[in-house]
Design a protein around this ligand. Structure first.
Ligand code: PLP
Length: 408
């Protein structure tokens, strides 16, 4: 059978779109061609319920080899006692982690969505908010850093079964030891969701929660730059609970083609060049941050330690985050509006933007290019000549090609 024309055209159009814009969505990245090959491989045909060496289907010889390799590489890379690399996504990983450690109705203290938390951390419309009882901590109103006094006070008062650390929009290093102390003080499990920062952890540009927390979940497609999916790390004593929460708890057959894509990415992340990448991601986000701050834009926490920054656009430019996102998209810079902690705008409009540097670092951008991007953003939001800014973006993109020899 031939590839359907609409699919083919859309894939080629998407290739062009990805090539021709500057990607600042903090949760996106460009995987290697090797990861793409693994993702699109014949492993998609295989049922493999169970785990390597103990499957409920025959013929698992080859998928076993790859999944076991992924497990071994992941454990070493993240210094973890046990890992499950089957979760289909970050949200699925969280569902399984909760199921392994909690009963319906149990209490979890997590970061407020407004402060940078994630939907799967207890949002009312998410399964997590329906099944478990969540309470939330936020950030300090003056510094925008996680307020550990608030975390501790809420933990003492709420008596959670689990404390959850990790965020989707927090620009500072998270002190996992402080969370551990508080969890121990109140007798709670400590779970860390490192979805955003996993690539920085692998590249030694952020401290590693795996030796500290009882359970750590992640996505594999953000800073880690792998196939879309999730993973769960835990202490050996919880291995059985975690594995059976993933399968048969919340999933059936694992997606072995994506497990091959994750495994390839984990191998790439174990290469010394990945240390450089992770380090450059952080240097780039600091460079972008400096240009914006020099232009009197408020960056939350007054800086960044990781791959992202949250900026306030309403004060500097008198526009909403929604409008700012649209202006930038019109010149070829893609990012997302962000509801800021204490935001006075609605979640549809917002006062801010979230900007991330991982994807363009993969493409080869260094500080110099990010300083230019920062200046383009300032000029665009000040409504300078958008046509010439658009050309500048296109030239930058042309100088840093993505995939050279892929055509559908
Ligand atoms: C992205 C993210 C997830 C969810 O990942 P999906 O693969 O989109 O389900 C979970 N937790 C955090 C903190 C995230 O940033």
């Amino acid at each position: 059978m031939k590839l359907n024309e609409i699919i083919r055209e859309s894939l080629n159009a998407e290739m062009k779109r990805q090539q021709d814009h500057i990607e600042l969505i903090a949760s996106e990245n460009y995987v290697s061609e090797a990861v793409l090959i693994a993702n699109g491989s014949i492993f998609t045909n295989k049922y493999a319920e169970g785990y390597p060496g103990r499957r409920y289907y025959g013929g698992c010889l080859n998928v076993d080899k790859v999944e076991q390799l992924g497990i071994d590489v992941a454990k070493k890379l993240f210094d973890a006692e046990h890992v499950n690399i089957q979760p289909h996504s970050g949200s699925q990983a969280n569902a399984a982690a909760y199921k392994a450690f909690l009963k319906p109705g149990d209490k979890v203290l997590a970061m407020d969505l407004r402060a940078g938390g994630h939907l799967s951390h207890g949002f009312d419309l998410n399964f997590s908010g329906e099944v478990y009882e969540f309470a939330f901590y936020g950030v300090n109103k003056d510094t925008y850093y996680i307020d550990f006094e608030e975390v501790r006070n809420k933990a003492l008062e709420f008596k959670p079964n689990m404390i959850l650390a990790g965020a989707s929009a927090y620009s500072r290093e998270i002190d996992f030891n402080k969370f551990r102390e508080i969890a121990d003080e109140v007798g709670a499990y400590l779970m860390v969701d490192m979805a955003h920062i996993a690539g920085l952890v692998a590249g030694r540009a952020h401290s590693n929660p795996c030796p500290i927390a009882d359970v750590v979940t992640t996505t594999t497609h953000k800073t880690l730059r792998g196939a879309r999916g999730g993973m769960i790390f835990c202490k050996q004593k919880f291995a059985k609970k975690v594995d059976s929460a993933v399968f048969p708890g919340v999933q059936g057959g694992p997606l072995e083609h994506l497990i091959a894509g994750k495994t390839q990415a984990l191998i790439e992340a174990s290469d010394p060049s990945f240390l450089e990448y992770a380090n450059q991601v952080v240097k780039n986000s600091k460079a972008l941050c400096k240009v914006l701050m020099d232009n009197n834009i408020f960056v939350l926490t007054n800086g960044t330690d990781n791959h992202l920054l949250n900026i306030e656009v309403k004060t500097a430019f008198n526009i909403t985050g929604k409008k700012a996102e649209a202006i930038l998209e019109s010149i070829g810079i893609v990012c997302n509006k962000e509801l800021l902690p204490f935001d006075t705008e609605s979640s549809v409009n917002t006062s801010g933007l979230r900007l991330g540097t991982a994807a363009m670092t993969t493409r080869g951008f260094k500080e110099k290019e990010f300083e230019q991007v920062g200046r383009i953003i300032v000029d665009a939001l000040n409504n300078k000549d958008l046509e010439s800014l658009k050309k500048e973006v296109k030239t930058l993109c042309d100088n840093f090609p993505i995939y050279n020899n892929i055509k559908y």
